[in-house]
Design a protein around this ligand. Structure first.
Ligand code: ADP
Ligand code: MG
Length: 558
């Protein structure tokens, strides 16, 4: 039987390609700059293996020029260029990637950052241009060719003149229509910001002629417009630099440049992992709570880069909810991207990275507890609530993970303490971790129920946040010590109390019944107690729910 080849309606395919793959039109520039960078990378690679070639860093660059009057946007590179056949094969065949082929032919593995792989990015130029021309001269060739196309109708290739090796791509930018603005792709500030956003860490300089208002020489108030060639991208991303070469100021600068927050970060975490999965990350624990943090509007997530090229602004899957306050970015060369390079193809690698990041954040927080106590208290005042929610949520599945990060106000220290600190200084005869709930520390101080526990010399944790008791109940115990409310009926040390309450209870039966009646049976019982010192009476519970918790549960909408 004869196997037939699929036919494709190439016009429609191109149309689909151009109009339905990408959500943001501005990424056409990212695609063209990535191609230019790949082209330079190829020369760089060739120079490594070919003695007749030298790679002088300074002579390799990309240039972006806007010609507003003629509506032209020109992207030039000094890369490896394309022969007539290359133009035919790579730009004339949809989904053909010369870059992927190059990687395979040369068996490039680690360390080479060639970005291209799908063979469709180039056509994104037609999202903003109705005509594209490519003039190219390949390395080792003395002829140059010009590829021209108006999109769906096909392309032509003709010989032309070009002095140096490399490629020059000219886009004839579309006219504005009623609801689409294309002029912006000819505006200097807009181009600069797109380059910064997506291509800041392309390893070769991306240059532009930038107009600046400057003071005239020798004058104090006379300005003139000066055109200067500037490099727009930072090239070496901070996360690829060696930690030893970076200062706290560098990290703070990156934090504000990236607008992760308007505050200064409390702490930065720089991660470089080179194992089963490779990635670099710079994470920040902010100092202040973002204004919308405890609202629905707050979106957690980290920036995600693939090989220095921005793929996603906020990748939520990289952070668990309980660490949703963490800001920063992740860059990995191991991600398999979907065709638009806006999403990941499968999330196995991402899950690995997320897991790893989770671990690093936790161990960083633990080390802050150990080495920078005050800083941690500051942190906990801002974000502790989120951690406590973390303990409570998902049926307590993260409780082991988070219990060492919790802090509560302590009767003994009059400040926040960790559970570990509490347990490690418990007297030998103390069986439980005691806590008291109330609206504020001052109120709890005055609670009659705390007296006896405090009198025994036991420390009490003050729960003033609604979530506190819920979180603790999810934990149940810490280091095998159970939690106990000071207002529970059995405090766990009744044994050494005077047992002789039965007679007293009997003697005063009439009085107690009267009290119960006056209280309209709102209490279950009125009993003699030995636990009070200076207060005549207190409320206690014997069920699973404390008085405070009962209040919250009653206030919850059904
Ligand atoms: P991809 O980059 O995923 O391979 P593209 O559609 O962006 O797909 O580009 C197709 C191919 O065209 C590239 O693989 C490369 O071989 C070639 N190409 C595109 N732009 C350039 C350029 N500026 N210099 C050299 N080759 C290029
Ligand atoms: Mg490409």
């Amino acid at each position: 039987m004869e196997t037939k080849q699929f036919k494709a309606e190439s016009k429609r395919l191109l149309d689909m390609m151009i109009n339905s793959i990408y959500t943001h039109r501005e990424i056409f520039l990212r695609e063209l700059l990535s191609n230019a960078s790949d082209a330079i990378d190829k020369i760089y690679y060739k120079a490594l293996t070919d003695d007749t070639l030298t790679f002088n860093q300074d002579s390799y660059y990309i240039k972006v020029t806007a010609d507003k009057d003629n509506r032209l946007l020109i992207i030039t590179d000094t890369g490896i260029g394309m022969t007539k056949e290359d133009l035919e094969n790579n730009l004339g065949t949809i989904a053909k990637s010369g870059s992927l082929a190059f990687k395979k032919e040369n068996e490039l593995k680690d360390g080479y950052d060639i970005i291209g792989q799908f063979g469709v990015g180039f056509y994104s130029a037609f999202m903003v241009a109705d005509e594209v021309s490519v003039i190219s001269k390949a390395l080792g060739s003395d002829e140059a060719f010009k590829w021209e196309s108006k999109g769906a109708d096909g392309y032509t290739i003709t010989p032309c003149e070009k002095d140096s090796v490399g490629t020059e791509i000219t886009l004839k930018i579309k006219e504005n229509s009623e609801d689409e603005n294309y002029d912006e792709y000819l505006e200097e500030y807009r181009l600069k910001s797109i380059i910064k956003k997506y291509s800041d860490f392309i390893r070769y300089p991306i240059k532009m002629d930038v107009t600046e208002r400057k003071l005239k020489e020798g004058s104090e108030n006379d300005f003139e417009e000066v055109v200067e060639e500037q490099t727009i991208n930072s090239m070496v991303p901070i996360w690829r630099k060696n930690k030893k070469d970076l200062t706290t100021e560098d990290y703070e600068h990156f934090y504000s440049e990236k607008r992760y927050g308007f505050d200064k970060p409390l702490k930065h975490i720089h991660i470089s992992v080179d194992g089963a999965i490779r990635y670099n990350a710079i994470l920040y624990i902010p100092e202040n709570i973002p204004f919308d943090y405890y609202t629905q509007e707050y979106e957690k997530g980290l920036e995600l880069y693939s090989n220095g090229v921005l793929i996603m602004n906020k990748c939520a899957d990289l952070l668990p909810d309980y660490f949703s306050f963490v800001k920063g970015m992740v860059d990995s060369e191991d991600l398999s991207l979907n065709i638009s390079r806006e999403m990941l193809q499968h999330d196995r690698q991402l899950k690995l990275i997320a897991k790893n990041i989770n671990k690093k954040i936790k161990s960083e927080l633990l080390s802050i507890i150990k080495n920078e106590r005050e800083k941690y208290e500051e942190f906990f005042k801002a974000f502790g609530r989120q951690l406590k929610y973390g303990v409570y949520s998902d049926y307590g599945s993260h409780k082991e993970e988070l219990q060492d990060l919790l802090m509560f106000y302590s009767s003994k220290e009059k400040k926040l303490v960790t559970l570990d600190e509490y347990v490690s200084r418990m007297p030998e005869d103390q069986k439980y971790i005691y806590y008291a709930t109330g609206e504020s520390n001052e109120r709890i101080d005055k609670l009659p129920q705390t007296e006896l526990v405090a009198d025994k010399g036991y420390e009490i944790l003050y729960f003033t946040d609604e979530i506190d008791e819920f979180a603790i109940r999810m934990l149940m115990s810490y280091k095998e010590k159970e939690f106990k409310s000071v207002s529970s009926g059995d405090l766990g040390f009744e044994a050494d109390e005077n047992q002789d309450t039965a007679a007293e209870q009997q003697d005063n039966k009439e009085l107690f019944d009267f009290m119960k009646n006056v209280l309209n049976n709102k209490v279950k019982d009125v009993k003699v107690s030995k636990r009070l010192k200076t207060h005549p009476v207190c409320l206690s519970t014997d069920g699973a729910v404390s008085i405070e918790m009962e209040k919250i549960l009653n206030a919850m909408p059904n």
